[in-house]
Design a protein around this ligand. Structure first.
Ligand SMILES: Nc1ncnc2c1ncn2[C@@H]1O[C@H](COP(=O)(O)OP(=O)(O)OP(=O)(O)O)[C@@H](O)[C@H]1O
Ligand SMILES: [Mg+2]
Length: 519
């Protein structure tokens, strides 16, 4: 028993079951007067048959019990309520985390999983608050890790994510608009880069960034000079297509032919099918110089050329030859720490989807080919790239991209490529993705429509996230020591770059520049 005193700080209450049943997986205890217990607290009892061994529980609910008396409601209705707090019985319900066989073993927990208590609990067993040093050991990861933030409610303990496990499983960050998803993802990336570099390694990260928020100083400083490569998605060269049928479909669509019934479309299709080239480029220049001159029906050439030049006028930026190729991008990712693909200035989202699909497929091919190359693929606003059927309308480009992302989510991690995804609409994202990445989930507050999906992944405890303030999250992760969900205040190591100005801000900036003109 002397040993047990080294583990615990104070008695918090006593296990008390109103229905007289004392199950080990969940306990209810009556809180002693003057003590405070909050949701998320880690408490312990002494093992019923292994003296000195603490069995840990996490508080999930703190209901208050007060026996009802008939006349109380009558008095309240008459405006004379009896406020007698001595009749309030604060309780707490807590779910088992488990225990470690030997206290000595406990100080070096290592990779060990906790054991679960399966015998019944002795009624009125004291419930204790463990010493914070013990809690630190309990939460301390055995492998290299990064700090995510402080754990509610004491804010004294830090939640750490073990990197080897995180990279074996992937990560999903969810949350409604403006709840802190991008801040969380960026902070994790900065910490991860710092940790891997400090251990003499070198991470490789591809960031797919819809809003251009990831190019922040903290991340650039963390990776170091010359290790960051930024590219606008429109500046990536369109790749050749080898499958003629796919090429024809693509080109006809780009020229504005949605079926093959017109004479010009038919002539173009037939000519493509007769081509002998292996690499076909879906660009207006290639069509104008390599395909249209070979069309036998002279009278349709003019119409096709006009459509090709209209397409060219819609393409934006430099000519194809000056752009960076996908192969070069993969090489950049292999040599640099970060390749940042920015979609914020994208003029043609369909083209961007195809570019991304090609890029991800090439990266996957490369990790399979080169055993020394591994990388993380970060996708923010993920529901846009791999939507669940029935949600966002799926174009062909997205369908292909989604397939590639799902392939990486399911078979990538064991081959060296891991997905970190963030989304504001978890119910619109492919279920394959949420199932795979749901092993490590950081959930900020979400809208009611998405809560059911989160409950499917995290269990009923997810209901709590409906009340979390910005920057707080419920974290359920196999990369943490404790697998029970914990509420964490994420430490913002970096914040997203502010993107553009709102209309309101622009109203004011106009006035300012007019004033400057006058003076
Ligand atoms: N952990 C945090 N600590 C402090 N402030 C935070 C934290 N997380 C977010 N914020 C603040 O909230 C703002 C919105 O955060 P962020 O852009 O990360 O949210 P988001 O969920 O990605 O938003 P969106 O839905 O627009 O993508 C940030 O500008 C930041 O100032
Ligand atoms: Mg965001």
């Amino acid at each position: 028993m002397a040993e047990f005193n080294l583990v615990v700080e104070e008695v918090l209450g006593y296990v008390f079951s109103e229905d007289g049943v004392y199950e080990p997986h969940e306990i209810t205890f009556t809180v002693e007067e003057g003590r405070r217990v909050e949701i998320g607290d880690i408490v312990c009892i002494e093992h019923p048959s292994k003296p000195g061994t603490p069995v840990f529980y996490q508080v999930t609910e703190v209901p208050l019990r007060r026996k009802a008396r008939d006349y109380e409601e009558d008095l309240a209705r008459l405006g004379r309520p009896i406020i007698d707090s001595s009749r309030n019985y604060p309780r707490a319900r807590a779910r088992q985390i488990g225990y470690y066989e030997e206290i000595m073993e406990f100080s070096e927990i290592g990779e060990k999983e906790p054991l679960m208590l399966i015998e019944h609990i002795i009624p009125l067993t004291p419930v204790y608050r463990p010493k914070s040093t013990i809690l630190e050991t309990l939460l301390h990861p055995s492998a290299p890790s990064i700090e995510l933030g402080e754990i509610y409610p004491s804010w004294k303990l830090t939640l750490k994510l073990e990197l080897p496990k995180l990279l074996r499983q992937g990560l999903l960050v969810v949350g409604g608009v403006g709840t802190g998803k991008t801040t969380t993802m960026l902070s994790i990336l900065v910490s991860l880069v710092r940790e891997v570099l400090s251990r003499g390694g070198k991470p490789h990260i591809l960031i797919v960034d819809k809003d251009g928020e990831y190019g922040v100083k903290e991340l650039l400083d963390a990776v170091g000079f010359g290790e960051y490569y930024h590219v606008d998605v429109d500046e990536v060269r369109v790749e050749s297509i080898r499958d003629k049928e796919r090429y024809a479909r693509e080109v006809l669509r780009r020229l504005g032919y949605y079926d093959r019934r017109s004479k010009a479309a038919k002539a173009l299709y037939n000519t493509i099918m007769e081509l002998e080239e292996e690499d076909l480029f879906p660009t207006p220049d290639f069509i104008a110089s390599k395909i249209i001159p070979r069309i036998r029906e002279h009278d349709v050439r003019g119409e096709l050329l006009a459509r090709a030049s209209k397409w060219k006028a819609m393409e934006w930026g430099r000519v194809e030859e000056e752009k960076v190729s996908i192969g070069e991008l993969v090489e950049k990712l292999k040599s640099k720490t970060i390749v940042h693909v920015d979609l914020s200035k994208c003029r043609n989202i369909d083209r961007a989807f195809r570019t991304l699909r090609e890029l991800l497929a090439r990266i996957y091919g490369e990790v399979l080919r080169d055993e020394c190359f591994g990388c993380i693929i970060v996708v923010d606003e993920a529901h846009l790239y791999c939507p669940e059927r029935g949600g966002i309308e799926i174009s062909e480009g997205v369908r292909e991209l989604k397939k590639t992302i799902e392939l990486i989510a399911t078979t990538g991690p064991r081959n060296g490529v891991t997905l970190f995804m963030a989304t504001q609409r978890p119910s619109l994202i492919s279920k394959t993705i949420t199932t795979q990445l749901g092993q490590n989930i950081i959930a900020h507050k979400v809208e009611d429509v998405d809560l059911d999906r989160i409950r499917e992944i995290m269990g009923p405890v997810a209901t709590k996230i409906a009340v979390l303030p910005r920057g707080w999250a419920l974290v359920k992760s196999l990369a943490t020591k404790i697998r029970q969900p914990l509420i964490v205040r994420v430490r913002a190591v970096a914040k997203p770059a502010s993107t553009g100005k709102t209309a309101y801000e622009r109203f004011h900036s106009n006035i300012k520049s007019e004033n400057t003109n006058i003076t």
